[in-house]
Design a binder for this molecule. Structure first.
Ligand code: HEC
Ligand SMILES: [Cu+2]
Length: 352
């Protein structure tokens, strides 16, 4: 009975793993279907390693099975001791040289790829983005463009984008499996990596370094668009008037509440306040705080109790959460305000 239960348990564990692993194929969160240069080069290295390992496995298993059958104890020869051999020079040379060759076959492409992906050739003329990792969200500053944004990084397809990465607190790791390799994001030094997306699309990214309670919720996105769309996005972002008056009255009231309770940590527009994510284009996000469904109800819940959604996040100690100034009604108005923050639609400086 016990063994039977054990088998069921093992099977269900495998089933569970299969479900989790199949999740890796969704939402462009996989290193096995590369859609960008860094991911493609890394994938080639993965394939070489797997090929070598498979070869070793097959050869070893074949010899092992052969020896097991050929030299097994036979009936009537229970006490027979076979001839003992020791120190065969030729054999020892063979099984030392073969692993060395195999390691060289893996090491050469791994090293050349690593150096290639760390190259900074053409960095000056490329789009440069400063990336800051924070518990538990990402900030992106477009050098020379006066654009500050968070959570979603917009890039044009087919272009090398150079990322200069640093952490605002602990060590994080920037990883967009289908586009790029992984890069540590440290508090003390800048790490540089370039990314390039081949196709338009939204590519999911994860923090790949355990960084605290909500590490697993530190998601972000790379939004790869055509060059024209990207240029338009840049113009829209640059033309945002952070103080533009929203159309609806509830959103107008929300704007005022936001200014009183939230602007100390959140910026709208290009000012580099960085306690919390920049919300200039919050109305165009597909997730709230990187992970929650983009729905008004979720947003209201987030405003009223961020701790329940992302334990240990730095908004949980916002003063308004303790002074009773923001109730459900107020949060609802703020949500109306935030969800209409769409640089492609709202009043722009140039239109005034
Ligand atoms: C003490 C600083 C602080 C205050 C005050 C604060 N926030 Fe935040 N906020 C943060 C931080 C930090 C995050 C990032 C949380 C995370 O994802 O780990 C955040 C995240 C958010 C997000 C998700 C952003 C995104 O890009 O998806 C929204 C929306 C938000 N806050 C709204 C508000 C509103 C509305 C108020 C005022 C009622 C407010 N915040 C007040 C620090 C603050
Ligand atoms: Cu992290």
């Amino acid at each position: 009975m016990k063994g039977w239960m054990g088998k069921i348990r093992t099977l269900s564990l495998f089933g569970f793993m299969a479900i989790i692993l199949s999740g890796c194929g969704r939402e462009n969160l996989t290193a096995l279907v590369p859609k960008g240069y860094g991911a493609e080069e890394s994938f080639k290295v993965i394939l070489i390693s797997i090929a070598v390992m498979t070869l070793v496995f097959i050869v070893v298993m074949t010899i092992y099975t052969y020896v097991l059958i050929r030299y097994r104890q036979k009936k009537g020869q229970e006490n027979m001791i076979p001839k003992q051999t020791e120190g065969n020079k030729a054999l020892e040379v063979v099984w030392t040289v073969i692993p060395i060759l195999l390691l060289i076959i893996i090491a050469v492409p791994t090293l050349t790829t690593t150096y290639d992906l760390a190259s900074t050739e053409g960095k000056e003329d490329a789009i440069n983005v400063n990336v800051t990792g924070n518990q538990y969200w990402w900030h992106f500053e477009y050098q020379g463009e006066e654009i500050q944004t968070s959570q979603d990084m917009y890039i044009p397809v087919g272009e090398k984008i150079y990322l200069t990465m640093r952490s605002g607190d602990v060590i994080h790791s920037f990883w967009v499996p289908s586009i790029s390799g992984k890069m540590d994001v440290n508090p003390e030094n800048d790490n540089v990596m370039y990314i390039e997306a081949y196709e338009e699309g939204v590519y999911y990214g994860k923090c790949a370094e355990l960084c605290g309670e909500s590490h697993s919720l530190m998601d972000f996105k790379i939004v790869a668009v055509s060059q024209e769309e990207y240029d338009q996005w840049v113009t829209d972002m640059q033309n945002v008037d952070p103080e533009a008056t929203p159309e609806s009255t509830t959103a107008q009231e929300g704007q005022e509440l936001f200014a009183n309770s939230c602007l100390s940590c959140h910026a709208i527009g290009s000012s580099p306040v960085a306690v919390g994510p920049n919300l200039t284009n919050f109305g165009e996000r597909s997730k709230i705080a990187g992970v929650l469904p983009y729905e008004k109800e979720e947003l209201v819940e987030w405003i009223l109790d961020p701790e329940s959604k992302k334990p240990g996040n730095k908004m949980s100690n916002a003063p308004y959460l303790n002074d009773g100034s923001i109730g459900e009604e107020e949060a609802d108005k703020i949500a109306d305000y935030l969800m209409q923050l769409k640089p492609s639609e709202i009043t722009t400086k140039s239109a005034e």
